[in-house]
Design a protein around this ligand. Structure first.
Ligand code: GUN
Length: 289
């Protein structure tokens, strides 16, 4: 079987073009130019690259962005103060605090402090709650990116068994939620979430019509674990000696798949495209006030 390669770069570019037109329209009709404020604490090389790419995307679609770089040793109170300032700045529409944060800062306290109307990561409990209830305000970036890839490829999810590997707040849990929700916002799927304590992991993975891997273990999923004809969405971004690899052993799994996302160039660009979508939505909300 030759797997269809689901190219996230091409799809993200198409989405950016659509967004660019919407941004231009918003700015022309209301004078509001969407602005994303990114907060980067410390000097994690991967985080620096992610934030740089997110800002470059903003520029591509006619949005502005701010970068707030803070020293690794910043106190939690000082970080909260910056968030307060950005919360009440009418020129800022989206606020993104790049994770992970240094250990002395409580991540949840910081994420809770970002006003839900500017929470373009959709990490705030209010936005998580709205998603769980099937009436999302902002879409969680990576999970929504995966869903868009499946929809764009015309891959049916209704009634399919979607197995999500990983239960993180950023990917696993919201991913399962989106696939569970009714169409068109959701996937109408039957969903199983697997994690480090799951028994008979291989047996469950083998039942997947669609496998979404987000566990952060390089090449964890191998050919013997999946069924013939599976659709594979690989969320993993792992740096090993030979470069970037996903959570799926692409070389061995692709021949058994009908469709598969590559790493890099699969889910990653789509995460950023959804971030732009959310920032536009935040600006539209602000423009209506
Ligand atoms: N770190 C890894 N992924 C993400 C993300 O989607 N948003 C933020 N803010 N930090 C991250």
């Amino acid at each position: 079987m030759t797997a269809r390669v689901l190219n996230g770069n091409t799809l993200a570019k198409k989405l950016r073009e659509e967004l660019q037109a919407e941004v231009a329209n918003l700015t022309a009709t209301t004078g509001v130019k969407p602005c994303l404020a990114a907060i980067l604490v410390g000097s994690n090389p991967a985080s620096e690259v992610y934030v740089r790419n997110k800002r470059s995307d903003c520029e591509k679609v006619g949005m502005t962005s701010q970068l707030h770089v803070l020293d690794e040793t910043i106190t939690q109170d000082d970080l909260l103060q910056l968030i307060d300032r950005l919360n009440s700045d009418p020129l800022v529409h989206g606020i993104l605090c790049q994770l992970p944060l240094p250990k002395h800062i409580e991540e949840q306290t910081i994420l809770d402090a970002i006003t839900p109307l500017k929470d373009v990561d959709a990490f705030h409990p209010e936005n998580v709650g709205l998603l769980v209830q099937g009436r999302p305000r902002f879409l969680p970036c990576t999970p929504a990116g995966c869903h868009i890839i499946l929809k764009d490829a015309g891959i049916e999810t209704a009634g399919k068994h979607v197995v999500v590997l990983g239960r993180s707040e950023i990917v696993g849990k919201p991913m399962a939620n989106i696939m569970l929700q009714k169409a068109p916002a959701g996937g109408d799927a039957t969903v199983t979430i697997c994690h480090s304590r799951t028994k008979n992991l291989s047996e469950i993975i083998k039942q997947a019509d669609i496998l979404i891997a987000a566990i952060g273990k390089p090449k964890f999923v191998t050919a013997d674990m999946v069924k013939e004809g599976v659709v594979v969405i690989d969320v993993g971004i792992n740096r090993i000696e030979t470069g970037l690899v996903g959570d799926v052993d692409y070389e061995s799994v692709a021949p058994k798949s009908t469709a598969i996302t590559p790493v890099p160039g699969g889910v990653g660009p789509m995460t950023r495209a959804v971030l732009l979508k959310n920032t536009l939505k935040a600006a539209q909300i602000a423009a209506k006030k």
